[in-house]
Ligand binder design. Structure first.
Ligand code: FES
Length: 157
């Protein structure tokens, strides 16, 4: 038996497109890895970037953000805001020392169950390659180095 790392990924989906695409994939028995936990929002524009940071800080190894294709958002231009927030979030993560590839954006219409399943499979494989994030060992609640950090503990008296 091998100890293959199995990442936990949170997937934020839009009620009108990607959530239905995931449903379609399930109905059509299109398989994708069980590593992803889907959370339904009414629109990708509802995704506050802090949701992503909270998911990572609470144990997720990656986050998938999905939404309607540009120009097809049911709330007009909210997914353009999603795109801007996503780009900003990736920059912020990189500055924090977290691989920005851990957060990915996928556009998927309700009819694209197969595409969404393929994207989920790809993302799971990419994050499995990156290894565990283990955020709690990198950051404490207030952003300081955790007390149990080995370098801190080895300071001579
Ligand atoms: S309604 Fe789907 S992204 Fe806005």
């Amino acid at each position: 038996m091998t100890d293959k790392f199995e990442p936990t990924i949170i997937g934020f989906t839009c009620n009108w497109c990607s959530y239905r695409a995931a449903d379609l994939a399930g109905t059509a028995r299109v398989k994708y890895p069980p590593n992803i936990r889907l959370i339904r929002l009414m629109c990708s524009g509802r995704l506050d970037p802090t949701f992503v940071l909270k998911a990572l800080s609470k144990g997720a190894d990656g986050v998938m953000i999905t939404g309607c294709h540009p120009g097809e958002c049911h709330y007009l231009e909210q997914n353009y805001k999603t795109m801007k927030r996503y780009l900003l979030l990736k920059k912020t993560l990189a500055q924090m020392g977290v691989e920005p590839e851990r957060v990915q954006l996928v556009w998927a219409s309700a009819a694209e169950g197969v595409k969404l399943a393929k994207e989920i499979t790809r993302i799971v494989e990419e994050i499995r390659e990156l290894g565990p994030l283990d955020w709690p060992s990198i950051f404490s609640e207030n952003g300081e180095v955790p007390i149990h950090d080995a370098a801190v503990e080895e300071v001579p008296a």
